[in-house]
Design a protein around this ligand. Structure first.
Ligand code: NAD
Length: 560
């Protein structure tokens, strides 16, 4: 069945909250996994620190000894498991010299009040430079030329290449790496276009990048397409068969972001057809890439073993960033770089639900604006009831985090950096003056984007779980947990029944169903809380129903 209404999906996970770190002396720090000496030197320079470098401590010994340490710094090799953290009775900070924190049991660290700090920015230049290395290698056949020379030959006939000058570069995601790539592309005389609906016009102007109004517009223009976005529900498979078919014949595709953003099978098919001339890949769905992977047989695909961040400078940068952040956390309680920094004790019990509600209200507001095509947020305004006014700063951070969920990589987003990340994107954050009447523990988040606005609010009372009570002009009453389906429909008899039947036939269980309207026979809104994620065809069936205008799916990462 073809959908008639519009479908929007957003997926989130919980964002951790701030805490402070007590400062006992002397402080013992364990450094594992060959951290660059420049980083370690920062720790050794502090007289009250005792630094223990154990690059290859077996897991059993690590378990035995971790109880003695106040902090540990490592890369991805050391597994910071739940068991290890529970044994680490003195541990206050875990530093990760790099971005990914898959090796750290983050939930347990948060539960125990152990800050987890990573170093997300240090490898930006390394990836941007590798981009040009990979692309030039492909376009000028460098690897083939080099291996034929090493094999004793002098063959020039097959090595006619193409230049970057005058070519149109299409960048998906104009964040840190996308921006550095754009900057360098100008030096090659390229015409630089980008698609990033979450970045304001100022950044495009500052980088002298032409803004593509849509991904399709970018694909239509690009001769060299590169993705520099996080892997999210929205970006998974975003460069699939349809997208590749839109590219100009002879285009080249680069994925140095995350495996799965470009659909590998579709890419191979497009290369086989001769529509795409070649590709440069540094990341794969499954890493390491299997020995017999079909890509290994393609001479016009440059394959790199995920070495985007593998430069001496990047390793030094991330080691210095992580060690400096661990030092500042231990000495000054500065957790501005912490990914989790949880609220502890009473604060967590009282403010936690309001933070979660505010974050989720912002996520719903953003999803609903996105459904109307408004994605570049200009302003976020928060209103709070009297009892929450004193916590406006933390709640504003929660709202900013909710707004950025699914746009910024989850492991780069926390309640401490959310406000600055939002401001850096040109979003004006404000806390509305005066108490907010509906309830002393009420919150309302209003987002504006390109002249459109959306407000979503709720109540986080102390004696019951948080509820969303307002979406736009509609009064609702639903818990912001699991998966929310927000339908806009005409207020006519039978819609609720048809929606219920469609969900029931697809085996989707409804936890809550709230139907709201402004006036009889006018516009209506349904907020449906369902168990699990609705399969895409179910959402399409809903939007194909008579009188249903649009469906927005917001999937929260866990239960509220
Ligand atoms: P970033 O957060 O600074 O930038 C990402 C940009 O993508 C943001 O501007 C965001 O607005 C944009 N974006 C998000 N969703 C989008 C969507 N649906 N459509 C268009 N734009 C969207 O991140 P970064 O530091 O530039 O990293 C980019 C990617 O590179 C990430 O996936 C990261 O994991 C990856 N990375 C790879 C390596 C490597 O070794 N190959 C090293 C570092 C980073």
């Amino acid at each position: 069945m073809q959908p008639r209404g519009q479908i929007t999906r957003v997926e989130t996970a919980p964002v951790p909250s701030p805490s402070t770190v007590p400062v006992p002396v002397p402080l013992k720090i364990l450094v594992t996994d060959d951290i660059d000496p420049e980083g370690v030197a920062l720790l050794r320079a502090v007289p009250t620190f005792e630094v223990d470098e154990q690059p290859t401590l077996p897991a059993s010994l690590l378990l035995e000894r971790i109880g003695a340490y106040d902090a540990m710094v490592g890369r991805s090799a050391s597994k910071v498991t739940a068991e290890l953290l529970r044994r680490a009775s003195r541990l206050k900070v875990v530093g990760r010299a790099g971005v990914g924190v898959d090796n750290i049991a983050m939930d347990v660290a948060t539960e125990l009040g152990i800050a987890v700090i990573n170093a997300p920015a240090g490898n930006t230049v390394a990836v941007a430079e590798l981009f040009f290395g990979g692309v030039l290698s492909l376009l000028r056949h460098l690897t083939r030329a080099d291996s034929s020379m090493h094999e004793g030959r002098w063959e020039r006939a097959d090595l006619l290449g193409t230049e970057l000058k005058g070519k149109t570069l299409g960048i998906v995601g104009l964040g840190r790496i996308g921006g550095e790539v754009a900057h360098r592309a100008h030096a090659f005389g390229m015409d630089v276009h980008a698609y990033d609906p979450y970045v304001g016009d100022e950044r495009f102007a500052a980088l002298r990048v032409r803004r593509a109004a849509s991904l399709d517009a970018l694909l239509d223009a690009a001769q060299l397409l590169t993705v520099h976005v996080p892997l999210t529900e929205e970006t998974t498979g975003m460069i699939g068969a349809t997208a590749l078919a839109r590219l100009r014949p002879g285009a080249v595709v680069v994925n140095m972001a995350r495996g799965g953003i470009v659909d590998d099978d579709a890419l191979r098919a497009a290369i086989d057809r001769g529509h795409v001339a070649g590709a440069v890949l540094d990341v794969y769905l499954q890493e390491p890439l299997t020995g017999d992977h079909p890509f290994r047989r393609y001479a016009n695909v440059v394959l790199l073993p995920h070495i985007g961040a593998s430069s001496a400078e990047a390793q030094r940068n991330v080691a210095v960033d992580a060690c400096a952040a661990v030092r500042d956390a231990l000495l000054d309680g500065d957790l501005s770089r912490s990914l989790n920094g949880a609220l502890t004790g009473e604060d967590a019990a009282t403010l936690g639900p309001a933070l979660l509600l505010t974050q989720r209200a912002a996520t719903v507001a953003r999803a609903l604006l996105a459904a109307r095509g408004a994605t570049a947020i200009d302003a976020l305004t928060l209103k709070t009831g009297d009892d929450l006014t004193a916590s406006a700063g933390a709640l504003l951070a929660a709202a900013a985090a909710g707004m950025l969920e699914g746009v910024v990589e989850h492991e780069r987003l926390n309640l401490i950096n959310a406000r600055s990340l939002a401001t850096a994107r040109g979003v004006v954050l404000a806390h509305g003056e005066g108490g907010f009447a509906p309830h002393s523990r009420a919150v309302e988040v209003r987002l504006t984007a390109g002249g459109q606005s959306m407000r979503v609010g709720g109540v986080a009372a102390l004696d019951f779980t948080p509820r969303l009570t307002r979406i736009g002009d509609f009064h609702v009453d639903v818990a912001p947990k699991g998966t929310l389906l927000v339908l806009s429909n005409h207020d006519v008899p039978g819609v609720i029944g048809r929606v219920g039947t469609t969900l029931a036939e697809a085996g989707v269980n409804i936890a809550e169903y709230h139907q709201a309207r402004l006036a009889a026979g006018g516009e209506a809104l349904a907020v449906i809380s369902i168990d699990g994620a609705p399969p895409p065809h179910v959402v399409e069936s809903l939007t194909a129903l008579r009188d249903v205008r649009s469906a927005t799916v917001v999937r929260f990462g866990d239960d509220a």
